[in-house]
Design a protein around this ligand. Sequence first.
Ligand code: HAM
Length: 434
Amino acid sequence: MSDSPQAPRGTYDVLPVQSAERSLLIEIAEEEFELAGYARIDTPIFEETTVFARGVGESTEIVSKEMYSFTDQGDRSLTLRPEGTAAIARAYGEHGMHKLPAPVKLWYYGPFFRQEAPQAGRYRQFFQIGAEALGSDDPALDAESIALLDRILRRAGVEGYRLRVSSLGSAPERRAYSEQLKGYLRDHDAELSDEVRERIELNPLRAFDSKHPGTIEVMKGAPKLLDTISAGDRAHFDEVLALLDAAGVGYEVDPSLVRGLDYYTRTVFEFTSDRLGAQSGVGGGGRYDGLVEMLGGPATPGVGWAAGVERIVQAGEIEGARTPGELDVFVALETGADRAAAFALASKLQESGVAAVIELAGRSLKGQLKQASRAGALRVVIMGGERGQYDAAIKNMDGGQQHELSGLTADDYLERIIESLTEDMEAATAESAQ
Ligand code: HAM
């Protein structure tokens, strides 16, 4: 066995062949976020542990089992962020964002960390895009937030996904419901999985998420939170649904929908795709009207979601990604050609927005042309002649035609080559537009 280090379990390297698609997804998302009035926020990769312990909830699996927490040299307990919402709620309070015109709409993209059992689509470091809107409890904000993710998924070519929505109501009804559900689960405890049975007192709602056949059967007959929420919360939920209808967003109301984080109130939702395996959740979120206050800020309603970048890329068909290595110009050198001139040419081309590389591996001219074609170069500039002479040829890799530029001088060769290349490229663009 080799002792060469490998990426830590549950993490992966994003190789160049994968990064083009990911970048395009982020571009699509950024465009949609901006169209909906969201501005980017970046919070630290680690936070004081209490942000997540209090925000996400001690009884959740994320906090009780999955956090990467450590003590730093100053004896502070810190945690690699397992999610973004609690951190953003912390930042909202810390920066007095309640003084900004409401709602404050924020979006983010970056890595998150959970020590889960790795499997296809489930990693210990994964990337999320997410959106949070704070400062308003208007149901239109819930519907807008959901429609935004729906649009991003469609533009990313994710097909056949389902959107499930529900309402968890507010704390008093949820507390009463929780007692009712605990009683029901205790009455059926022999049929439940060990894990669900052990968590009846701590987190009875998670029983709805169980994959254990006995538990699934029991949960079919369980009382549903959606039937017990207050009239005000019901009206809020009905308005969210009416606005989703108005926006043409398809959904199913699923009263058994629960989420793995404790901060939710009222609306919750989840997008799943049947193109993914067991880890079918593409994105999810909901309303969290008490979270900012729980973290010491002013009472502030909020709603948002996060979606897994790896899962969107896997379930989607992202079109138009520039393939890695796609190149406008390869600068090749004949034996004895002026390397500094070739270097200056590639550098000037890059400066003017043309993707250009220079031969760097000591290949023969034949080898360079092969490499240019392998790299997908559209054109090759062959720098010729001895040092002091500035002949060049431009070869079109598409049709194979080549034209020579001769009589170039030390003063004008760069401009002349660039001029000729630009004319060539413009002619090709005009032709392909016809
Ligand atoms: P979440 O449901 O825990 O919600 O995660 C959101 C999405 O992140 C999931 O649907 C999934 O696509 C992706 N994800 C989660 N864990 C993993 C993992 N281990 N590997 C790969 N992908 C993963 C939240 O994080 C909330 N902060 C969402 C939210 C925002 N609610 C309100 N605002």
